[in-house]
Design a protein around this ligand. Sequence first.
Ligand code: SAM
Length: 442
Amino acid sequence: MKRTARSVALRVLLDSENGRRVSLATRFESSDFGSLRDRDRRLATELVYGVLRNRSLLDHQLDALLERPRAGLDPEVLQILRAGLFQLNYLKIPERAAVHESVRLCREFRKASAAPLVNAVLRRFLRDRPPLPDPGGTRSLSVRYSHPEWLVRRYLSRYGPEGTRTILERNNRPPPLHLWVNPFRTTREKLCRRLDREGVPFRLHPRLPHCVRVKSRSFVRHPLYRRGHCFLMSPASQEVAQLGDLSRCRVLGDFCAAPGGKSFILQARKRSGARLISCDLSLSRLRQMRARAGLYRTPQLRAVQADLVHPPFRRLFDFILLDVPCTGTATLRANPDIRWRLAEEDVQRMSRIQRSLLRSSFRMLRPGGQLVYATCATEPEENLGVVEHLLNREPEAELLRRPGGDFPKRESFFAACLVRKRGRTLRPPAAAGSGGRKTPAP
Ligand SMILES: C[S@@+](CC[C@H](N)C(=O)[O-])C[C@H]1O[C@@H](n2cnc3c(N)ncnc32)[C@H](O)[C@@H]1O
């Protein structure tokens, strides 16, 4: 069967509905995207991201146009209708073509019996244009900006209507592409000279020494990217891996390290002779990390599989970066699919895991050592709440750097720098030794 932009996009949307992550760097390099011409690849990308970013709004319109409940539609038909409405609402595609192609997709996906319904709904949309809900209030913002209501409610209570709109609007704009230029393969100057020669527009980050913004959505297929001269990483993530003074650190830990972006930055930053140990629970993510280390030619990666809830090492680290698993609510701009996967209960669930990870990681810090606790979440229970939980329980923990308060004005990750004060002993850990797998100190 011939792959078209619309059929490829539909498959990604169906996979996403079944829990598969949508990722610009991995999925869009896959064979089905790879077989499309540039123009079609752009359309497929626009359709996938557009439908995910506007899902509640499209569903609101569908509910007004359908004569029966949306919940009764086959998944394929629902996605065809969302994608069709997205094209009619937002893309400069002739209306006739958008309707015709949607009907054709019904046949391609063996839903020929739904073709008249799809045709009728899309034509009704062109005639009636259902109105948006009245402005103001949680429900209206949730529909207009397509975010889950529980998250909008939380933002409204903390940032008010204006701050909330700033966040929601920003989350729905395509993110700029930023690279970390890999010093083990090249330099920023060399890479930029090549971009210049090829006419790829770029801009240097004013503060981050390895960060370059490229204005080319298809850069993940560029030979420099494929050969590991750089990788995609937001400035906020790069900034987190730049925190802490490493000049005197001999043993460094990157905890919750896979697939490794921040480990590679730490490797470039650490002083020569210092050891970096990167730990993660997930074997498959560690495997990805090893493959990336090979591609990036980073020196001697020590990647260890360990459940960090049960301290696998003694008090050995001068510096730890703990980049915990989290809800990812600060990354909805790059990952619009996440918002449809999360439930409010996930915030508390993640917070409990993060508290255990922070407490046990702190115990692996030697006196005088520093720990950077980082999340890519916006919710206080995952951020300051976790740090305060530690400060209330560990008398040796001290907060060195209060996390910046730029959100919601500026996109950022959360990062808090903690230090383990010298000279006292810790209380015995509540859960220590209770079945935790102990690995000898390396
Ligand atoms: C936010 S991601 C880390 C991203 C990584 N720091 C980077 O820059 O590429 C969180 C990681 O925590 C790991 N993780 C979750 N629970 C863990 C545990 N109990 N012990 C160790 N790692 C864990 C996950 O496998 C996941 O790779």
